[in-house]
Design a binder for this molecule. Structure first.
Ligand SMILES: [Zn+2]
Length: 500
């Protein structure tokens, strides 16, 4: 059966994926709606603006350039996934070590600095992989939290910085700075390697914040940390070094209501050892900080005495990983798990969007010759309606013509009749053949007429939808030779028996 299926839903979906979705929503004061990677990248052109996400956004294949953000971004609970960062912003800001020495510092994070507000944003499978000779902080959302707020956000992924500079840090949410971090969740693997044996390096690792005096409230941390240091190391499940800037002599801050599940492996390769590693805050230099009501689910401080090689998540020199794909589900992202069979180390990567499982189309109202029909497709897993299509009205046959309307045939001959049904897109233009007298001539299913006896018959052709038909008159005669054979050799009785 021929069907033309119209799916307005499909068209809308195709359009949505074809054009970048950067559109100012209704009204002048409402935020810019962002639904794709191009829209997210375009924030850099107006970083002081107000934005809201309207979809999950896949950043696979995007070489993300961090930039300073001073506006508001509401993730609206949506997820930005596969964000990969291998470069820093170009601008530098001064950051301070524990003795308040200042460094011109670069940053790698979703945003190099945040002086505005980011909330309700999920970053799934964020990876940062950076090698630098400049002082640098890397982090999930804000390289430098410049008085801004990061509320109800989540970061999962892997971050690694390899440095030959005198200062570096890595934080699950923020690198350096101050502001407010509340209701955020981190599930991350964070690695810091200071690799210049001739230079002391100040190093900070924090599940939420690596160095600074931001308030950290009601956050959840699941952390696997690795720090290989030449200098001073400050490891904290929540904050690496809690310290106020020289310009802000006092700050009455809070680190409270947080939960930590962390294992931090570290060494510090100097004679006068000053390695800090604590469940909440590596080292506190802010006397006015109140640390309260935090919970340790698990905390492992694993100090290594083997300084011969860097501490890494996978210590295999040349790891070869097995890949196992977990397909997406209705509301769950898919991903690939990479496992080193020699060490047992594994990580996940290459996330894919949640997806329903389309079931068979179900006809709700069949189309007829007088009206359209509808059919629907539901998810085979959760039953949600995925698509609805209109089934077009059926097209009736209007005419049926045969290649011959009247023929004479010789006994035992055959003739191919051809039926032409119009219109050609008739829903059911198939035809059925019939002979009115099969002792004279028969007709096959595809119109081949075979003369079987002397006489007249009619070959009928009718469309299967019943709307059109045609007929061909057939007269069968004997040749003189056939007549002579029958009449002389077999006599009139036989001849009479075949309509003679
Ligand atoms: Zn589903």
């Amino acid at each position: 059966m021929k069907r033309r299926l119209f799916s307005s839903l499909l068209v809308i979906i195709l359009l949505a994926f074809t054009f970048p979705q950067v559109a100012r929503a209704e009204g002048a004061d409402t935020p810019v709606l962002i639904k794709d990677a191009a829209g997210l990248i375009a924030i850099a052109e107006h970083p002081e603006g107000d934005y809201i996400l309207g979809a999950n956004i896949d950043l696979s294949g995007v070489n993300w350039m961090p930039f300073a953000f001073s506006g508001t971004l509401d993730g609206a609970g949506f997820t930005v996934y596969n964000l990969s960062i291998t470069q820093t912003c170009e601008e530098t800001r001064i950051t301070y070590d524990g003795r308040h020495g200042g460094y011109h510092t670069i940053f790698a994070a979703l945003f190099s600095t945040v002086s505005g507000s980011v909330k309700n944003l999920n970053l799934l499978n964020e990876t940062i992989d950076l090698t630098t000779d400049q002082p640098c902080f890397i982090a999930g959302i804000a390289g430098y939290l410049l008085g801004g707020e990061l509320i109800n956000c989540s970061v999962s992924g892997r971050m690694k910085i390899v440095s030959t500079a005198p200062q570096c840090g890595a934080g699950g949410i923020a690198g350096f700075g101050h502001g407010r971090i509340e209701g955020c969740t981190v599930d991350a693997e964070i690695t810091i390697c200071a690799v210049n044996p001739d230079r002391y390096c100040e190093e900070y690792l924090g599940g939420i914040l690596s160095n600074g005096y931001a308030d950290v409230i009601d956050c959840l941390v699941k952390l696997a940390g690795y720090t290989s240091v030449r200098g001073y190391v400050h490891n904290g499940g929540l904050v690496g070094l809690s310290d106020v800037n020289p310009e802000n002599k006092r700050y009455f801050g809070h680190v409270r209501g947080c939960s930590v599940d962390a294992k931090i492996s570290f060494f510090e390769d100097v004679a006068d050892r000053r390695a800090y590693c604590s469940a909440y805050i590596g080292e506190i230099q802010n006397d006015d900080l109140v640390v309260s009501a935090n919970e340790t689910v698990r905390f492992v401080s694993l100090e290594s005495k083997d300084f011969t090689r860097m501490l890494l998540p996978d210590m295999d020199q040349n790891p070869v990983y097995n890949a196992v794909v977990t397909p997406p589900k209705c509301t769950a992202f898919g991903y690939t798990t990479y496992t080193n069979p020699d060490t047992g180390y594994s990580y996940t990567d290459d996330y894919t969007a949640p997806a329903h499982t389309p079931g068979e189309w179900q006809v709700v109202t069949p189309a007829s010759y007088t009206g359209e029909g509808t059919q629907r497709q539901y998810c085979a897993e959760c039953g949600v309606l995925l698509a609805e299509e209109t089934l077009p009205k059926l097209i009736p046959s209007v005419s049926c013509e045969l290649s011959e309307s009247k023929v004479e045939m010789t006994y035992q001959d055959s003739l191919q009749l051809i039926a032409t049904v119009l219109p050609i897109d008739a829903t059911n233009g198939n035809v059925t053949w019939m002979s009115s007298d099969e002792s004279v001539a028969t007709v096959s299913n595809d119109g081949l007429v075979t003369a079987l006896g002397k006489g007249k018959t009619a070959i009928y052709c009718k469309t299967d939808d019943g709307f059109a038909s045609a007929a061909c008159e057939v007269e069968v005669r004997f040749t003189f030779g056939q007549w002579l054979t029958r009449y002389i050799l077999f006599g009139w009785i036989w001849s009479a028996g075949i309509n003679g």
